[in-house]
Design a protein around this ligand. Structure first.
Ligand code: GLN
Length: 181
């Protein structure tokens, strides 16, 4: 298993710790050639405008855009996976509203519901919202009636930060998806 962890900005080491708990080795990815040997890539949260700039400067933007590499995107990573007014990879058929929760309540914790499983503690940090989703997109996580996590093919977008909890379930869902377990 070769899972890349985009290490340009944001919560990187936390994802690594979760993956280690799942017995998955991660490789920190900082330049274009690093992505060639990967089975999947985690795009962490941070700031999507900065991430976009750094991805372009390090010659990774086009490479990722043109590849079929499965991606798990959290928060800013989810923004880049979906579609919004700004340029994104648009790999998932979901519309993203970038600054949905506004400035005042820009960070909070909330209960996330999963299908047929116990709830999850969601950490939302200046989080975006998932607005419309395409027909082939599968919602997997809800906050009240808002979709906060979904899957399209082998890509997974979460508007919250699962790496900031000790709960490994969302990472596990994505790993199982990639390796068809
Ligand atoms: N609001 C940020 C953005 O627009 C995302 C915040 C996050 O990743 N925690 O990119």
């Amino acid at each position: 298993m070769n899972i890349g962890l985009l290490a340009l900005q944001g919560a990187v080491s936390e994802h690594k710790i979760i993956m280690r708990q799942l017995d998955v080795n991660t490789i920190e990815v900082r330049e274009g050639k690093d992505i060639d040997q990967l089975d999947g890539l985690i795009m962490p949260g941070g700031e999507s405008t900065t991430l976009r700039k750094l991805l372009k400067n390090s010659n990774m933007w086009k490479r990722i855009k043109n590849s079929k590499l499965p991606i798990m995107g959290t928060c800013a990573g989810a923004i880049l996976l979906g579609k919004c007014e700004d340029e994104t990879f648009a790999k998932m058929d979901i519309e993203i509203d970038r600054n949905y929760y506004g400035r005042q309540k820009d960070s909070f914790e909330a209960k996330i519901n999963l299908e047929n499983d116990e709830s999850f503690n969601g950490v939302f940090i200046r989080a975006p919202a998932i607005k419309n989703i395409g027909r082939k997109v599968k919602p997997i996580a809800w906050k009240n009636d808002e979709i906060v996590g979904c899957i399209d093919g082998k890509n997974m977008a979460l508007t919250f930060h699962p790496e900031l909890t000790k709960d490994t379930r969302f990472h596990e869902i994505w790993i199982n998806l990639i390796y068809n377990k």
